[in-house]
Design a protein around this ligand. Structure first.
Ligand SMILES: Cc1ncc(COP(=O)(O)O)c(C=O)c1O
Length: 416
């Protein structure tokens, strides 16, 4: 069994209940969503999908109380928060599913941005944000301004403040935490500045959803985009958007088609979630994500965060003591996730990663789909070997990795 230290790419392993739920859906659940009768299987599928929306809306602080979601007396569907009357659950219908956060961000950006708009983003973005924006910029649709970041990966707030004061912007989009170096941005402060300037803020929570407290509503976000397969611990092929419904109404759907609703209409319905959910969704994936969210609720996010911090602390201490170590980004454990971009002086990080892989340790070398972030950190073009432990790692894994790292570096240097 390899020691898996690439959780920033995707979390592994998943809670055991995830594949169990997915198998059960494929072998005995298996009905399509709102495209059948009211058979038990149809209702079970509706329930599972609604359950998952409720959990996401609760975890990510969705907009709108659930009480206003349904006409009186409806639905007869079971979802724990709907039954218990918890007021912390946003309206689950403001959550839309798609296949990953890349699709989510494309839906938001390409559906909202129009000719002549001005957009702000940071220099730490993943290509899931950067490529749609650069394409729109190249095609003459938008003007794009990047807020610089320091070598610690933190956005320069003074520059943001000055830029917001200098002209009118139509949108800001940014990652909550860096997938390269784990730096967490001060999102409350940034959201406050955007709010004051009247700029809608879209947050990429790929690295933080499931491990940091989040509230789309408290932050006043226009849209919170998430991916299901990282810290939410669900399967690949899941992700989505928690919408501010007023913002959603200004976004043109990227994909239109059948929704299982309003079948008499030949135009896309305006209602959420149907507005952005055409075609049969990834139902086995949503079922698996729902199982993962249930597991997360039972385990408790604080416990997960503390464990990941302890693993990160131990790893950081060991990395800093490793001969020839060049650690990019922050050198502290506070204000970050356990994501560490490292180089060993004189060695190619891809060759080092390959040697570690042969020794049973999985990491990720290179530029991590974030060239601009590496430029900010001073690690472009060589990139770095990214080490990202997760909840299921042990302190022993970290010790074994640190020993292997030193041994691999020694061997490679000897081999010249
Ligand atoms: C910050 C950030 N944004 C976006 C993405 C894209 O995620 P996905 O491949 O699930 O769409 C990632 C994945 O690494 C990421 O770390």
């Amino acid at each position: 069994m390899p020691v898996y230290l690439n959780n920033a790419a995707t979390s592994w392993p998943k809670p055991e209940t995830v594949p169990v739920a997915m198998t059960a859906f494929l072998t005995s659940g298996g009905a399509n969503l709102a495209r059948g009768t009211s058979s038990n299987r149809d209702l079970k599928t509706l329930n599972a999908v609604l359950d998952c929306r409720v959990r996401l809306s609760t975890l990510l602080g969705g907009y709108g109380g659930f009480r206003g979601c349904f006409p009186a007396g409806k639905p007869a569907l079971r979802a724990p928060e709907l039954q218990s009357g918890s007021s912390e659950c946003g309206n689950p219908l403001n959550v839309t599913f798609c296949s990953n956060i890349t699709e989510a961000l494309n839906i938001v950006l390409k559906g909202y941005l129009r000719q002549g708009m001005s957009v702000l983003t940071s220099s730490m973005e993943h290509n899931a944000v950067m490529r749609p924006l650069r394409t729109l910029e190249r095609d003459g649709v938008i003007r794009l301004t990047l807020i610089p970041s320091g070598t610690d990966g933190l956005m320069d707030l003074k520059s943001l403040q000055d830029t917001l004061a200098s002209e009118r912007f139509d949108l800001m989009v940014m990652a909550h935490a860096s997938n390269v170096c784990g730096t967490i941005q001060p999102v409350e402060e940034i959201a406050g500045m955007c709010g004051k300037a009247g700029v809608p803020l879209v947050l990429d929570t790929a690295q933080t959803a499931g491990v940091l407290p989040l509230s789309a509503k408290s932050l006043g976000l226009a849209a919170l985009c998430f991916t299901g397969h990282k810290s939410l611990l669900g399967p690949q092929g899941t992700g989505g958007i928690v919408w501010n419904p007023e913002f959603a109404a200004q976004v043109t759907p990227l994909i239109t088609g059948g929704t299982g609703s309003y079948s008499h209409l030949e135009f896309q319905p305006d209602d959420l979630p149907d507005r952005f959910e055409s075609g049969t969704p990834n139902l086995p994936g949503i079922t698996g994500l729902n199982a993962a969210l249930t597991w997360l609720e039972e385990e408790g996010m604080e416990k997960i965060l503390l464990r990941e911090r302890a693993l990160g602390s131990h790893l950081l201490e060991g990395l800093l003591a490793t001969e020839g170590m060049e650690l990019a980004g922050m050198h502290e454990i506070d204000g970050r996730l356990p994501v560490f971009p490292v180089n060993i002086r004189g060695l190619d990080n891809a060759i080092l990663a390959n040697r570690l892989s042969l020794m049973g340790f999985e990491t990720r070398p290179g530029l991590h789909c974030a060239p601009s972030a590496h430029r900010s950190l001073g690690t472009f073009p060589q990139g770095a070997l990214r080490v990202s432990p997760g909840y299921f790692n042990t302190l022993q894994d970290i010790d074994d990795f640190l020993n292997a790292l030193s041994e691999a570096a020694r061997e490679l240097k000897k081999e010249g």
